[in-house]
Design a binder for this molecule. Structure first.
Ligand SMILES: [Cu+2]
Length: 172
């Protein structure tokens, strides 16, 4: 279905059923990208800030402005086809990551492991790929041939998902 580009040194997870290609970070610049580029910033307000525990997806009725960490995207609606996510960990001190999964029901809660404060991504049927565990200031890229639908971007470092570190991308 798609190609996955992932920064060198970041493990490809076992759930990737997709042909994966490891590239250097320097090659992940937009000059090499075809189709749409979505710039993704993994941000936080500092490690000393209190983390929310009730801001996970779905976000209906939640005050996401209370989030002290999150995922910012340059565009949240893209056309179907080749899409490159260029991911930057904007944090000064914390590791973040970005997992992308297709979401077929926007009201449904994700499988969650409470004891580990993280999403059970192995039980999600439509995970496309991830840029895992980026150190502060580091970048990674993912490229997919996306079909129309809703896609969730989230960070699965323990505690980060429920503190609001997710966003939705629409593919038309
Ligand atoms: Cu995070």
């Amino acid at each position: 279905m798609s190609k996955v580009l992932q920064s060198q040194g970041y493990a490809l997870r076992r759930f990737l059923p997709i042909a994966a290609l490891v590239i250097g970070v320097g090659m992940a610049s937009s000059s090499h990208a075809a189709g749409t580029v979505v710039n993704v910033s993994l941000w936080d307000k500092g490690a000393e800030m209190p983390m929310a525990t009730d801001l996970g997806f779905p976000g209906a009725g939640k005050d996401m402005s209370k989030a002290t960490m999150g995922i910012a995207v340059s565009v949240d609606t893209v056309s179907a086809g080749e899409t490159t996510f260029e991911v930057l960990n904007s944090s000064k001190e914390s590791i973040h990551e970005m997992i992308i999964a297709r979401i077929r029901d926007l009201t449904r809660f994700l499988p969650y492991i409470s004891s580990e404060s993280r999403v059970d991504e192995d039980r999600m049927p439509d995970v496309l790929g991830e840029v895992s565990e980026l150190e502060p200031g580091k970048t990674g890229a993912l490229r997919f041939d996306l079909t129309p639908g809703k896609y969730l971007l989230f960070c699965n470092v323990p505690g980060h998902f429920v503190s609001g570190m997710w966003t939705i991308i629409t593919v038309k």
